[in-house]
Design a protein around this ligand. Structure first.
Ligand SMILES: Cc1cc2nc3c(=O)[nH]c(=O)nc-3n(C[C@H](O)[C@H](O)[C@H](O)COP(=O)(O)O)c2cc1C
Ligand code: SF4
Length: 583
């Protein structure tokens, strides 16, 4: 079979996602008559453009309102009661644009504002600290057709909420310090330093960064690439948001250092669509770095190393955080995870050797280049060197960003943020581990409780079944549909939980749900499906009473109430006698 190799979007041709964002903004949907001309301009098949439109939740085929509001449905930064309140105020149905075209309202997955929720997006702008009072004011502004730019500026304030600093946040890196130190040595020596530091990926999987860079450098290819994964879609995670807003110089420095190490001249920052508001700020930092010769053709006055960085904005698909799905998305395709091996280090972007690293990993790499391996390794544990940024939210006094050396106990963290009432903690987001009080002495480290950084705290008053249901709905919604165990299994798990929550679940349902959860975990193609059932399995293991008390005493109860479903037929046939009912 002759398969056409993917081609790089030419430097004078914009990226498909950027064009679709622009069309969506201009027309409030992607008009069908714009698709063929766009495909022709970008030299892409029409079918590819169509499939991309249908894959990403931020693009629609039917017009949204002039004001499009998306409420987060996350357990930390969401409040769907407020969404329903606004729907009632504006007389609009969730998910359906009002007939005058003025407004549409819907829910979306966590928007990364867990330290200052409840939050929503209005036409790509973030509003935090929602209250009933604020909603009334918003309804008024919308009915008065007030442009979003003229809404009170305090609505759009996003706080950094850095509560505890450590290795990375304590010592600001002088611009160019990491790069100057890196360029003073051979790239092999730089990789050796990164390896010596013990730095492991902060995106969740914890692969040794220096080794990843070494494999990539050694791989053959016509070009090498650095990709920064700023998709940050795991509910409860917002630490990359703070690095992007407050430490962007260090991030770009880390990407450039990685470029020098692996022999790349091009880097991409893949930014989640929900953080689009950060683009002007990030672009201004890139421009500054060009002026300072920290990017471009003559980096630090040396002609032999050049490096550029481009920002690509995602469009509301959690799966694009998975590195191979991210690369597909960068290649202007649907974000479907690839079959691995081969891994990105040998066959990544455009099938060329590519390093994909998390934002925090790259910031740490810039610091290590400047301050050395020993400085970093001095903190943490033997298998988890350095520090970790935690995004803390939920039932605590001070949500925000906390940086700790690896090896800190969960209890210590809970004490610091004032979580006096904590009964359960979701460590590492929905794909991580649900920890009960009995295990609060466990440590945060790759060898114990691994985490990409999300710590969601639940007090005694919280209904954990509701929490786990929320996570399971999230996974079912975000499944890309490529493989059967996840595509079919996650909605079935959602159905079991809905049934149990509604009081119709039986012991049989619980057993079937547990059996299915293990199957989805074992048989799914990528990390999404492999972790989607974790909350259910953890709930059943550590909090069995939560399900138990909701179960019916019957052995079996169908999902479907057949007798109730026959009601319309009974009415149409004017029958309501005993024989028109099921026994
Ligand atoms: C469903 C899914 C979502 C992911 N989301 C992210 C993400 O938002 N950010 C991230 O850095 N890594 C994410 N990852 C992990 C990446 O696949 C990859 O391991 C990581 O970007 C590598 O960088 P690191 O070595 O610096 O951690 C995700 C993985 C899966 C399976
Ligand atoms: S596990 Fe889910 S998200 Fe991953 S490839 Fe399969 S369907 Fe897609």
């Amino acid at each position: 079979m002759n398969v056409k190799k993917p081609e790089a979007p030419s430097s004078n041709r914009p990226h498909l996602l950027a064009c679709l964002h622009q069309l969506q903004h201009q027309f409030r949907h992607i008009p069908v008559n714009q698709i063929a001309p766009l495909a022709q301009t970008l030299e892409l098949p029409i079918a590819q453009v169509q499939s991309v439109i249908d894959f990403y939740s931020f693009f629609t085929r039917t017009p949204r309102g002039h004001y499009h509001l998306l409420f987060s449905n996350c357990t930390s930064c969401g409040d769907l009661q407020l969404m329903r309140e606004l729907c009632a105020l504006l007389k609009v149905q969730q998910g359906i644009t009002r007939t005058d075209g003025l407004v549409s309202i819907d829910e979306t997955a966590c928007i990364g504002m867990c330290d200052q929720g409840p939050a929503l997006l209005v036409n790509d702008q973030v509003i935090t600290h929602l209250s009933s009072e604020r909603l009334h004011a918003i309804a008024h502004l919308i009915e008065a057709h007030t442009p979003v730019d003229d809404w009170p500026s305090d609505y759009f304030v996003i706080q950094s909420n850095i509560r505890r600093t450590g290795l990375l946040l304590q010592t600001p890196l002088a611009q160019g310090a990491g790069l100057t130190a890196a360029l003073a040595q051979e790239s092999e020596a730089l990789i050796h330093t990164i390896k010596q530091s013990g730095l492991r990926g902060r995106g969740g999987a914890g692969f040794t960064t220096g080794l990843k860079w070494e494999f990539c450098r050694q791989a053959q290819g016509t070009a090498h690439y650095v990709v920064c994964n700023a998709d940050e879609g795991e509910p409860g995670t917002f630490k990359d948001r703070i690095l992007l807003s407050d430490h962007a110089h260090e991030l770009f420095e880390g990407m450039t250092v990685a470029g020098y190490a692996i022999g790349a001249h091009q880097g991409y920052l893949y930014l989640r669509g929900e953080y689009r508001y950060l683009v002007p700020h990030l672009e201004s930092i890139l421009a500054e770095r060009h002026e300072q010769h920290l990017l471009g053709q003559t980096i630090l006055g040396q002609g032999d190393f050049h490096f550029e960085i481009e920002i690509i904005v995602g469009a509301g698909a959690y799966i694009c955080g998975e590195e191979s799905a991210l690369l597909e998305s960068l290649e202007q395709k649907r974000g479907v995870p690839r079959v691995r091996p081969p891994f990105p280090v040998t066959h990544g972007y455009l099938e060329q050797p590519t390093v994909v690293n998390n934002v925090e990993t790259l910031v740490a790499a810039a610091h290590i280049a400047a301050q050395g391996a020993a400085w970093f390794k001095a903190q943490g544990t033997e298998k988890s060197a350095g520090s970790k940024l935690l995004s803390i939210s939920g039932d605590c006094k001070t949500a925000g960003i906390y940086e700790y050396p690896f090896g800190v106990t969960l209890q210590h963290v809970l004490d610091d943020c004032g979580a006096i009432d904590a009964e359960a903690v979701q460590v590492g987001g929905p794909s991580g581990t649900l920890v009960s009080k009995a295990d609060f002495a466990r440590t945060l480290a790759f060898e114990d409780l691994a985490t990409g950084g999300s710590i969601m705290i639940y007090g005694a008053h919280q209904d954990l079944l509701k929490v786990v249901r929320n996570f399971t709905h999230f996974f079912a919604h975000e499944s890309c549909g490529f493989c059967t165990p996840c595509r079919v299994g996650t909605p079935l798990l959602r159905k079991y939980l809905d049934k149990i929550a509604a009081g119709h679940g039986t012991a049989y349902d619980r057993e079937e749900m547990a059996r299915l959860a293990k199957l989805v975990k074992k048989r799914s193609h990528c990390g999404l499906g492999q972790t989607a059932a974790n909350p259910i399995l953890d709930l059943l293991q550590h909090f069995p009473e939560v399900c138990e008390k909701r179960l019916m005493l019957k052995d079996y109860e169908p999902f479907f109430d057949l007798d109730a479903a026959l009601e319309t037929t009974r009415q149409l046939s004017h029958r309501n006698d005993a024989e028109a009912h099921l026994a």
